[in-house]
Design a protein around this ligand. Structure first.
Ligand code: NAG
Ligand code: NAG
Ligand code: NAG
Length: 309
């Protein structure tokens, strides 16, 4: 007779413990190690991405079996016949479909349709999740429901760079590996290059990390830079729509990421939408034209592991 109330209390404690840690409008799913929120008010993809970001989460993608299972359950429960937007998109470059977190589509345990066929191979595509069907490529300007996901931070530690590319060097101060590219590229191609190398365009998470990149940049004085801008390196942040909304490529504000020391007067110009660092170690905005850049790689993982997402 006394066992039942104990069990009820225990389960209630589990639910309260999980659901109150992040936000009351998010639902905790222990199996997926994080919180979900279904947005039934439809939005265009860019606005869905911005909304999740403003809530402190990311537009959800089926990045692994557990997250995928919960997403399917939520879609099924809410019955959106149109499907829901996921974070999976090829907006940076047409040949790369990644989640917001940087997980490649090829690593996702889910069926896909139309993602690579010729008629979809050009132009921006934002993948939607349909019950039964899986991920389907489509327009980013439809109005669809969507869901946001907040992962519990998992810390991984290592002291190798996990790549055969010996240009990546571990820095003990941050525990991450860095590679300087002196052959200048436009910002979008720099992003693509780091991604293809198994890293990402460097995201500054602290003043210490800013110093790491500043010191690395100092090893390459202007004459060693091949072509383009010699006074800045491209970094992994950019404008999301409104010129005031700067986000890292992992979806955090600069303050959330841990470093927001802009150079004097920046960000200033209306058309400068791409993030960089000056030789003084401060952040700057540029047009995204040719400049050297720094890639960052987590030692344990070919997929970038965001610090605080
Ligand atoms: C949460 O994020 C960490 C670090 O990115 C990752 O290793 C882990 O698999 C994620 N958990 C889930 C359930 O996605
Ligand atoms: C953001 O930019 C996209 C693409 O240019 C556009 O479709 C969308 O309406 C914009 N959203 C906001 C809130 O400005
Ligand atoms: C920003 O960076 C400059 C140059 O390194 C430094 O002098 C200044 O103290 C920094 N400001 C803050 C608020 O950290």
């Amino acid at each position: 007779m006394e066992v039942l109330p104990a069990i009820v209390l225990f389960i209630a404690a589990l639910i309260v413990n999980g659901s109150n840690e992040f936000r009351p409008d998010y639902e905790y799913h222990a199996s997926a190690g994080g919180w979900f929120k279904f947005h039934k008010v439809p939005a265009k993809w860019h606005d869905a991405r911005l909304m999740c970001s403003l809530e402190g989460a990311v537009l959800a993608s089926p990045i692994n079996v557990d997250v995928s299972d919960v997403m399917q359950i939520i879609v099924h429960k809410n019955e959106p016949t149109t499907g829901v937007y996921t974070g999976v998109n090829n907006l940076v470059v047409p040949v790369i479909y990644n989640s917001i977190e940087g997980v490649p589509l090829s690593a996702m345990p889910i069926r896909t349709r139309d993602m690579f066929s010729e008629e979809y191979s050009s132009g921006p595509q934002c993948a939607r999740l349909l019950p039964q069907t899986g991920l389907v490529a489509g327009s980013c300007s439809d109005d669809l429901p969507y869901m946001c996901y907040k992962n519990q931070t998992a810390k991984l530690g290592s002291n190798e760079c996990g790549t055969t590319d010996t240009d990546y060097k571990l820095d003990k101060r941050t525990g991450h590996c860095y590679k300087f590219h002196k052959y200048s590229l436009p910002w979008t191609l720099a992003y693509m290059t780091c991604d293809a190398e198994g890293g990402q365009l460097a995201v500054i998470n602290s003043a210490a990390e800013a110093n790491v990149v500043k010191e690395l940049f100092a090893k390459y004085p202007p004459p060693t830079i091949k072509r383009g801008h010699t006074g800045v390196v491209h970094l992994g942040f950019q404008v999301w729509n409104s010129s005031n909304v700067w986000r890292t490529i992992n979806g955090q504000s600069l303050e959330q990421a841990g470093f927001a020391n802009w150079t004097n007067g920046a960000p200033n110009s209306y058309a400068e939408y791409y993030g960089s660092m000056t030789r003084t170690g401060q952040l700057d905005d540029t047009l995204g034209k040719h400049a050297p850049f720094v890639c960052e790689k987590h030692p344990n993982n070919i997929v970038p592991v965001p610090n605080n997402v």
